[in-house]
Design a binder for this molecule. Structure first.
Ligand code: AMP
Ligand code: MG
Length: 396
């Protein structure tokens, strides 16, 4: 992960910045709210004149005007007077309290107040949410819907955020056909292009598109160079293993890529590879549909989040009680697709069914990946396992 750095800051319209990370501190140029205003529909009054009100001895005030939200304050409330006021309307000069209409006879030319207000009741003061000049958000802050709302209320229509990585996908394999093409002997549909671009989008990065290349050394080399042209990151699927028709590694070598790692003692996804080519990250994911998705989830997604300036790169972890026995060979760490449920404050994990790396259905059922260590060969039903909660936002 040390090889991956946040991208440069770019200016972005507020409306396009959801899930991005701020690259600047934001100071308020205006107070929020901008002026003292009413928190209720009711009557703006002078506290001194309304304090003695009671059901038996209502205070009666002359209603001199009406103020709706959006009106500007041109009126003054004097002794013996009130102004009908709606939520969000500016408090007129002279008034220091708003009596909500439920505490009155609803009023007309005159209003009777039945309950004594407290000084300042139902007034939202200018700057009570955000003062002018206040530091509202710090650089590195993640922009969620609430942050977008706050920035809108401050009139920040543009802001600096870390750029979203542009991700190109390259699918290798003579067997691949498009999802609209007629099925033919020996062919399979290119599902990785779709699952991967969806994972890229779900991570908040920009999916540029995908291309496919047949299993041929020259074509693979050319497709890699093409793919990286306008991308910050290239993800290659298939062809990274040691089969007779796996040409990705060779192509990367002839292109002069710096191999950072190849092969991880894990299942699924053993032949996972990572290079830097011209300073850009290139991931080689094994072609099996589950391997592709799991490797993206565990390795590529954190890298993309780091490029976007995120502080938290990894999904929440839980200790879950495995509901059934699980057997495996010692040697590789397993990522087992599980359904995690919380019951009585404890997490329970059940397997999604067969765990073959081609069984993509297992991913549609799963909301977690149980991590079974390399040295473990058996987990008994009722034993705890570590689970990555893949549906929840990163927390570390
Ligand atoms: P490979 O990693 O190229 O050896 O491919 C491993 C398995 O994944 C083979 O069964 C491939 O047919 C399958 N596969 C490779 N690429 C894709 C793809 N884009 N979509 C679906 N399956 C694929
Ligand atoms: Mg292949």
């Amino acid at each position: 992960m040390n090889e991956i750095r946040p991208l440069q800051a770019v200016e972005m319209p507020l409306s396009a910045s959801l899930s991005q990370v701020l690259a600047e501190d934001i100071f308020s140029k205006e107070p929020i709210p901008p002026f003292d205003n009413s928190a209720m529909d009711g009557y703006a009054v002078r506290f001194a004149g309304a304090r003695g009100a009671s059901k038996d001895g209502p205070v009666k005030l002359k209603v001199i005007s009406d103020l709706a939200a959006g009106c500007s304050d041109e009126f003054t409330v004097s002794a013996g007077q009130a102004i009908r006021i709606m939520t969000g309307a500016p408090i007129p000069s002279g008034a220091d309290t708003v009596v909500k209409q439920e505490d009155t006879d609803m009023g007309g030319d005159e209003v009777a107040i039945f309950f004594p207000p407290k000084l300042g009741d139902n007034i939202r003061l200018a700057g009570e949410d955000i003062a002018k000049g206040e530091k509202v958000l710090e650089a590195k802050h993640l922009l969620r819907p609430a942050e977008i709302g706050v920035l809108a209320s401050l009139g920040c229509s543009k802001l600096k955020v870390f750029a979203r990585p542009k991700v190109q996908i390259l699918c290798t394999g003579d067997e691949l056909i498009g999802i609209d093409e007629a099925m033919a002997p020996g062919k399979i549909r290119n599902s990785n292009a779709y699952s991967l671009s969806s994972q890229v989008k779900a991570a908040g990065a920009e999916a540029l598109g995908f291309s496919t290349v047949r299993d041929d050394p020259q074509a693979t080399k050319k497709a890699i160079s093409e793919g990286l042209k306008s991308a910050d990151v290239l993800i290659i699927t298939g062809g990274v293993s040691v089969g007779d028709y796996d040409f990705v590694k060779e192509a990367m070598e002839t292109l002069g890529a710096e191999q950072k790692f190849w092969k991880v003692a894990q299942r699924p996804g053993m032949p996972l590879a990572f290079w830097l080519l011209g300073g850009k990250p290139v991931f080689g994911l094994p072609g099996n549909p589950v391997s592709t998705m799991v490797c993206f989830e565990e390795y590529v997604r954190p890298a993309l989040l780091k490029m976007m300036g995120r502080k938290h790169l990894f999904r929440p972890e839980a200790q879950a009680i495995l509901k059934e026995d699980f057997k495996k060979k010692v040697a590789r760490q397993f990522f087992v697709r599980v359904i995690v449920r919380a019951e009585d404050g404890r997490h329970y994990a059940s397997l999604t069914g067969p765990q073959g790396s081609g069984i993509l259905k297992s991913m549609t059922l799963a909301n977690g990946l149980a991590v079974i260590p390399a040295e473990t060969d058996f987990v008994a039903a009722g034993d705890p396992v570590k689970v990555h909660l893949t549906e929840l936002p990163e927390d570390h």
